[in-house]
Design a binder for this molecule. Structure first.
Ligand code: SAM
Length: 258
């Protein structure tokens, strides 16, 4: 059966991200969003588009004027449309280098991951700085435009593994399933995911050189479960996307109400 749903992202007009949050009946696009509308999509005054501001809503709008680097739009309405996963999924990951980092963030946005914590581990090679954080924030916006998310995946501050494992969010053993991907583990995702998931899941994926035995031990002592992702060694981003996809699909017994 094919769903006939006017809120499905396939049926939407082009989407643009607005900052700060929309509060009245006028919105202004600037920077890359204005460039996209004007020079890539070649929209003209009168064109209908969809705006979102990360608040969870989206806004039908009409282009009023197009200036140098700035587009003014009339906001025509506000629709609360929830395309989030029912599971609050946080991925703590030792980020790979360069384009692979961007790919990882893009795919996690599409999959509905709520937040990413860049991990600093013994064998991490990338220490995310402010420039990288900016590029990743942009990747989140672009992926959200494409996939229809109205809330932005949050890129959190980088944290050391020991601090992260001891942090309040990682210690909530009663309401949160905490999984660390580790090739030597004996538990598989299927052992855990079929049984129904809590509302919150934390995943951890290590660096190219893997977590050290001490780092794995630290997590196990804090009550995390180590899981194996099969007989092949996956790159960081493959492991992260595979695991995130398994969790979001396991948690989506139904679509959120629209
Ligand atoms: N030689 C490293 C090791 O033994 O951990 C491989 C590291 S792998 C390139 C990067 C990260 O992806 C790992 O730290 C782990 O979190 C995850 N990973 C990759 N393949 C995996 C697998 N088959 N099972 C579980 N985790 C895996």
């Amino acid at each position: 059966m094919i769903r006939n749903d006017r809120h499905h992202p396939c049926d939407m007009t082009d989407r643009y991200f607005v900052e700060p949050a929309i509060s009245g009946d006028t919105a202004v696009l600037a920077g890359p969003e204005a460039h996209h509308l004007t020079h890539v999509k070649r929209a003209r005054p009168g064109a209908r588009v969809t705006l979102f501001d990360g608040s969870g809503a989206e806004f039908p709008a009409e282009v009023r004027t197009i200036g140098r680097g700035e587009v003014v739009l009339s906001v025509l309405g506000r629709d609360e449309i929830d395309r989030e996963s029912p599971i609050e999924l946080t991925l703590a990951v030792s980020l790979p280098k360069g384009d692979r980092q961007r790919w990882l963030v893009e795919k996690c946005t599409e999959l509905g991951v709520s937040g990413i914590v860049p991990l600093i581990t013994t064998r991490s090679v990338v220490q995310p700085g402010p420039q990288a954080a900016k590029r990743l924030a942009r990747a989140v916006i672009e992926a959200s435009k494409q996939c229809g998310r109205n809330r932005l995946l949050a890129i959190r501050d980088a944290q050391g593994w020991a601090d992260f494992v001891a942090s309040p969010v990682a210690c909530d053993r009663f309401n949160t399933l905490r999984l660390v991907a580790h090739p030597a583990a004996t538990t598989t995702p299927m052992d855990l995911l079929g049984a129904g998931l809590p509302d919150r899941v934390l995943l951890a994926v290590g660096p190219e050189g893997g977590f050290t035995p001490e780092e794995v031990e630290l997590a196990l002592a804090a009550g995390w479960r180590a899981i194996d992702l099969g007989p092949r060694i996956l790159r960081i981003e493959t492991a992260a996307v595979l695991l995130s996809g398994l969790v979001t699909l396991s948690g989506s017994s139904g679509r959120p109400s629209r």
